[in-house]
Design a protein around this ligand. Structure first.
Ligand code: MCN
Ligand code: CUM
Length: 784
């Protein structure tokens, strides 16, 4: 009797998320839920100004408050060589300011007390004398001749450039432009935004002076990297450090970097010999932690009259804030921005990029970004839309002509990536038929005659997901593989641990499904555990939608190792040679006698109670997986809108998404990921940005100014799928966690711009707030 894979929760089962039971009932265990005996509380004093020299810090009044146990300043941290820390982009970042403050909200001191209220009072009692300096709030200001140097702490730093980078073939690209019939240009800003997970950052550091062991519970997407960083920076022995990521209330890339708050809680715990808890508040999170984007593009496409793309070139300026702390693991200074145009057959290209220090919080790669792929795909699809207009071509025909064809894979992009597989035209056609493209164009024309403005926006893209392979991706010299460890207990139940760390994506549900698929053990019989460096195998954590491509592959591989041993046990139990054993899901049978067989559970029992002579007991193993390539999911997003010309308000009529992420482990979870991403895409295009006034005051450090879309604003989404299995992934899956946030924004913006197509307006920078749209309609000018 064969096992029904979907019934046991295998591949393709829309299994309910097992973790949600405890989340919905309020029984999750988040960092702030952790209470240890004798625990103290830490609060951070942040700079009220964006750029200033610190003349003096007087903490004497804070020390006098009853219940205050410690006031930590930069000077004290410096005595332990911890006033500065290295960043993951090979820069340095202040833990606590000593010489200057460089952005509003920067950490200046921290206070540890018996409770958080006393700690907060302690912070308020610290007197800091600032000598204010001019604030720099854009790359343009930063790169001006007479700009004050923000990073005067760095030896040899002359201006405010923090990196320069280029890729591609400049000469060949220039030649393509010289031969072009049409050159289309696009200049735009992808504004600064923030992922704003529900849970802010925090840590509970527990240094035990008796054993010398440091345990840190913290909100990190990458616990093993933190352990390695603590070992290297604080020079503590690695086996005496235990990092635990308990439940995480959303990460979205905000919880990849190492923040001063974590470091201070660790240092205070070591100094006091007691557990110290730091729980960041919303303003602290929005004003100081890893933001997203803030990138300026200026580029062009070389085109043949019939619409064929001959080449692409662009320049990008990134606003890095005060420290270059992008948490991205590639050797490319600007992440994977050169994945732009990977879905189109573009012969040549050239990209230059430059990062600038400004008086703003550091970061840049968060918010479902795949390391600046979000910006790359937005620019790509905005430029594609503009080029279709310049050519006088239907945007669909223009894309269709240039999309990489199915028979071109594996396809080498002009910037050196190798895309693996896809059916791009099929996705596009499915999206067009779902939205009813031709009919909508007729409706739009008819509505225009009645003074109404409808628009349609298309965005097609493939993106690189799954860092690494280890040839090109590493963090602190550690290669980007990932791992899984599977222990099958005597009764056939199991525990699986991986080096990834779920923050809401549902790994506890989906990894068990891979085990069910490979072994036939029901998913409900498999516990999944992640996030504790004392028990989990070494892995690089969860970001860049890498978990399925890398850790998920390791899960399949370790299950196959278990199956190989179980086969030997089955041969022993059935008293035949191994060659005569056949596998069907959950069961080994004797070749030619399918009635004679043993279940995987019987093999598990035999591994502990009836193994053949000479075989090691037990049924457990681990696998480390180094993927041969990134995975390349494809997506087509199509949005229709109506713009009210009187107010500039726009409403989404329909949103159609066609995603191809290869084989879907759990279709329901995949759809949840896509809906979440589309919600964020809508938010970025419609309402979300963090700006600064001329003095560097952050406008957007609270939910009055920084808007999150609720169920009320968020439109409905219609989802469709195409499945092109990933040729190099053991179960054919590609990543999906970021696709809709990456490809979505351009579909919304292209739709609004299409509704304005007769006004001569070429671009409105995001977010497309009503006043900006109204200004564009009334003036006929671009709005930036
Ligand atoms: N999945 C699947 N079939 C596939 C691909 C994925 O069933 N072919 C499932 C996976 O098993 C997993 C989920 O979909 O449960 C997402 O998988 P994957 O694409 O591998 O992405 P990661 O698990 O590595 O998650 C990271 C990604 C990133 S980088 C951000 S940012 C983001 C995102 O996930 N942050 C999130 N989605 C999020 N969703 C929630 N709820 N919370 C966050 O913080
Ligand atoms: Cu860039 S946000 Mo995700 O990669 O954690």
């Amino acid at each position: 009797m064969t096992i029904d894979e979907v019934k046991i929760g295998g591949l393709g089962a829309s299994r309910k998320r097992v973790e949600d039971d405890r989340f919905i009932r309020g029984r999750g265990n988040y960092t702030d839920d952790i209470v240890l005996p004798g625990m103290l509380y830490m609060e951070i004093l942040r700079s009220p100004v964006a750029h200033a020299r610190i003349k003096s810090i007087d903490a004497s009044k804070a020390w006098q408050i009853p219940g205050v146990r410690m006031v930590l300043t930069g000077e004290m941290a410096a005595q332990r060589n911890l006033a500065w820390m290295p960043t993951l982009s090979y820069d340095t970042q202040a833990v606590l300011a000593t010489d200057k403050v460089r952005f509003q909200g920067q950490e200046v001191a921290c206070v540890v007390a018996d409770n958080p209220y006393i700690a907060k009072d302690g912070c308020e009692a610290i007197v800091v004398e600032y000598e204010q300096l001019p604030a720099i709030v854009s790359p343009k200001q930063a790169l001006a001749e007479d700009a004050p140097i923000i990073r005067d702490d760095k030896e040899g730093q002359t201006g405010n450039v923090c990196y320069q980078w280029e890729v591609g073939d400049k000469e060949a690209t220039d030649r393509a432009f010289a031969q072009a019939d049409v050159v289309s240009r696009m200049k735009l800003h992808y504004p600064r935004s923030h992922p704003s997970p529900i849970e802010c950052c925090g840590s509970v550091a527990d240094y035990n002076p008796a054993t010398g062991k440091l345990t840190v519970y913290m909100t990190t997407q990458a616990p093993h990297i933190i352990r390695a960083a603590v070992a290297l920076v604080a020079e503590l022995p690695e086996h005496m450090i235990r990092i635990v990521s308990p439940d995480i209330g959303g990460g979205f890339g905000n919880k990849v970097p190492v923040y001063p708050g974590y470091v201070c809680s660790i240092l205070c715990s070591i100094l006091l010999g007691k557990p110290v808890k730091w729980s960041e508040d919303k303003t602290g999170n929005l004003i100081s932690t890893g933001f997203a984007r803030d990138m300026y593009f200026d580029g062009e496409l070389a085109l043949r009259r019939d619409g064929k793309i001959l080449g692409v070139r662009f320049h990008a300026d990134t606003d890095q804030g005060a420290f270059f702390s992008d948490a991205q693991p590639s050797k490319f200074k600007i992440g994977l921005v050169h994945s732009a145009f990977a879905c189109y057959d573009v012969p040549v290209g050239h990209i230059t990029a430059r990062g600038a220090y400004t008086n703003k919080a550091p970061g840049g790669v968060a918010y479902r970004c795949s390391f600046r792929v979000t910006e790359a795909m937005f620019f790509q699809e905005r430029l594609m839309a503009a080029a279709a207009i310049d050519l006088g071509m239907d945007p669909v025909e223009f894309r269709r002509m240039n999309l990489v064809r199915d028979d071109q894979f594996p396809y080498r992009t002009p910037f050196g990536f190798l895309t693996d597989s896809g059916q791009y035209h099929k996705c596009l056609d499915l999206g067009l038929s779902a939205i009813g493209y031709e009919a909508f164009l007729q409706d739009k024309a008819a509505a225009r005659l009645r003074g109404r403005r409808l628009g349609i926006g298309i965005s097609t893209m493939t993106e690189p997901l799954g860092a690494g392979n280890s040839r090109e991706y590493d963090i602190l010299g550690i290669k980007m593989f990932d791992s899984a460890e599977l222990r099958v207990h005597p009764t056939g139940k199991a525990i699986l641990r991986t080096g990834a760390k779920t923050q809401g994506q549902g790994h506890e549900t989906t990894w068990a499904q891979i085990v069910a698929h490979e072994l036939g053990i029901p998913a409900d019989d498999v516990t999944v555990e992640e996030g504790d460096t004392d028990t989990a195998p070494f892995g690089m954590g969860t970001y860049a939608s890498r978990s399925t491509p890398v850790a998920g592959a390791a899960v399949a591989m370790v299950a196959r190792k278990i199956r190989a041993k179980a086969r030997k046990l089955a041969a022993h139990l059935l008293e035949v040679s191994e060659e005569d054993i056949e596998w069907e899901l959950g069961r080994f049978t004797v070749r030619g006698a399918p009635g004679r067989g043993v279940s995987i559970q019987e093999c598990a029992m035999a591994a502990y109670g009836n193994m053949p002579d000479g075989m090691e007991p037990g049924l457990e193993n681990n696998a480390y997986y180094d993927p041969p390539n990134l995975t390349w999911p494809f997506a087509c997003y199509i949005v229709t809108v109506e713009v009210d010309p009187e107010t500039g308000v726009w409403d989404v009529l329909r949103t159609v998404a066609v995603d191809d992420c290869g084989v879907r482990i759990n279709p329901m979870i995949v759809e949840g990921q896509i809906m979440g991403g589309l919600t964020e895409a809508y938010a970025m295009s419609n309402m979300q940005f963090i700006t600064f006034d001329s003095q560097g005051n952050c406008v957007g450090s609270n939910y009055m100014d920084y808007l999150l879309p609720t169920a009320w604003e968020t439109p409905g989404f219609e989802l469709h799928e195409v499945v092109t299995p990933c040729p190099h992934h053991p179960i054919g899956a590609k990543g999906v966690g970021e696709c809709a946030a990456v490809g979505g924004p351009a579909a919304f913006v292209n739709a609004v711009m299409d509704a304005l197509s007769d006004t001569g307006v070429r671009n409105i920078d995001m977010p497309l707030l009503p006043d900006r749209v109204w200004e564009a309609i009334t003036t006929g000018q671009d709005v930036s």
